[in-house]
Design a protein around this ligand. Sequence first.
Ligand SMILES: NC(=O)c1ccc[n+]([C@@H]2O[C@H](COP(=O)([O-])OP(=O)(O)OC[C@H]3O[C@@H](n4cnc5c(N)ncnc54)[C@H](O)[C@@H]3O)[C@@H](O)[C@H]2O)c1
Length: 247
Amino acid sequence: MGRLDGKVAIVTGAARGQGAAEARRFAGEGARVVLADVLDDVKAVADELGDHGYAVTLDVTDEAAWARVVEEVVGTFGRVDVLVNNAAIYRFGTPLVDLTLDAYRQVVEVNQIGVFLGMRAVAPGMTRGGGGSIVNISSLAGLSGQPGAVAYVASKFAVRGMTKVAALELGPAGIRVNSIHPGVIDTPMIAGVVERFPVRHIPAQRVGVPDDVAEVALFLASDESSFCSGAEFVVDGGHSAGLGLPL
Ligand SMILES: NC(=O)c1ccc[n+]([C@@H]2O[C@H](COP(=O)([O-])OP(=O)(O)OC[C@H]3O[C@@H](n4cnc5c(N)ncnc54)[C@H](O)[C@@H]3O)[C@@H](O)[C@H]2O)c1
């Protein structure tokens, strides 16, 4: 008996990193998983999952593409029970005063508009189906600032806020909406940086792995979290618990 038996889940950004881990974990618990990404690699990850994996090409910033994908998923599997809005891009190292408007907009387009479009695309079908669970991947950068990453931080604070509005509006339809706030997680997104991260600042004394986040996403996708909505789930090994300064 799987924890997601009979459920249909869409995971965006599932070609690699945390999205791929979530897709694998969900499929292992019985879900039919739609793996959505701009990268062709998503097909290989879906193939690994056999009957439980189904790849689609989706740019989360494309409103019409969202409509097509949701129609295709409902046409193929009959319903959508879970959406994990995981796709994002990370840009850092440019101070606010030097950042171009185009560069700012590019990050907000994927990380913020993409999440808005995703929630809006699945909500009507979930409502007709009697409910569902939406999991929005924010960040520690959605809880506190980070120099050199104004657009990323803005987009992740927005995801945190949108999650609460969606939880309030969609709750009566049986749709739960929560945000996950990962800390430093070893994925291609931060390749070249993660290897040098001073883990002594993290109480767990290690960086995270994609499965650390996938496990929490699984809980939120499943009926085990049926009374959780509008909430923030931090997955950071204790990194954000305090200042971490020695006495
Ligand atoms: N890795 C970390 O340390 C960390 C920390 C906090 C939050 N996060 C968040 O976790 C989530 C997953 O990140 P990850 O670390 O696995 O990153 P990743 O870069 O390894 O994977 C992101 C995936 O999103 C896809 N993607 C990017 N733009 C897209 C678009 N427009 N449409 C569809 N797919 C698109 C990429 O192709 C990639 O497959 C992101 O929301 C990220 O912001 C990551």
